[in-house]
Ligand binder design. Sequence first.
Ligand code: PMP
Length: 345
Amino acid sequence: MKTLEQLVRPNIWKLKPYSCARNEFHGNATTFLDANENPYNAPYNRYPDPLQTTLKNKLFQVKGVKPQQIFLGNGSDEPIDLTIRIFCEPGLDNIVAIDPTYGMYEVAADINGVEYRKVPLSENFEMSASKLLDATDEHTKLIFLCTPNNPTGNCLDRAEIYKVLSRFEGIVIVDEAYTDFSSEPSHTKDLATFPNLIVFQTFSKAWGSAGIRLGMAFASKEIIEIFNKVKYPYNMNVLTQERALYMLEGSETVKTWVQILLKERERLKTLLKEIPCVQKVYPSEANFLLIEVGDANAAYQHLVTSGVIVRNRNNISLCRGCLRVTVGTPEENNIFVDTLKSWKQ
Ligand code: PMP
């Protein structure tokens, strides 16, 4: 790996961060008159903890990653954008990513004026480390991987991920938004081995909390320090922090949801395979299935007309004729299956 000083944009490396009131004073006091807050309307009158210490300590217990190695943001979209802004010089540096994958990596690269290079997966949605590495040059700062991958649903081959991590001199992001639905262990265990690894996870999927906007990035202490320098001072509000703590107390419930969804995923797969228009159901380690139905636009329209909304992936690379359907409750899944069955091609 290159040094962080070689990888981080020079302006970010030199940045002197804003020091907010809650950073300057830590500890107990009786009278807080430092942040121009309103003394009324407790507890929401106070700015939140800028480093979300209580929440990170709790996440340490659940995820086994030290608080200094955790960044929390407004959904995963915040660390996606921050990673690009920290490492990629607009108009000069580039990003390499598997294709197809989660669309926000490319959008965030476009917003930041950073070239985004797509390396196609195989027909079976497998990744080749050597193809990815061949697409890099001296200006490639980041490689984006997503496992289980969206929209394909499969896990990338672990040995290929390790090849990328050990051979690439820049930063490798492994987005594990769907990891709780997968049989593969998380790559957070690899943080000690690979200083160039950043793992993303989210509260939006297994944790059932897309509405609170809480994304997590796990990385070396040194990388997280740079995230903390660049983020908005109070990037995570009090309500999100409170609700996340509440969810972490009830992690048994989350495990039960995951078990139900995994069973439903398998049941849905079996039911779908019996429908004549379904040509293929791709293997999935996530909470969705990618299915090939032939004329995906027509199938999608039929479903929409019946009030059932899925994601039409017809125009995504390697996904022609495909719909992506989220695993819902047993009732929702039955409605979807019955509606698709009633489609006359
Ligand atoms: N990563 C992947 C792979 C996703 O599919 C999604 C959302 N669909 C996200 C990240 C975004 O998650 P969040 O809600 O945390 O922004």
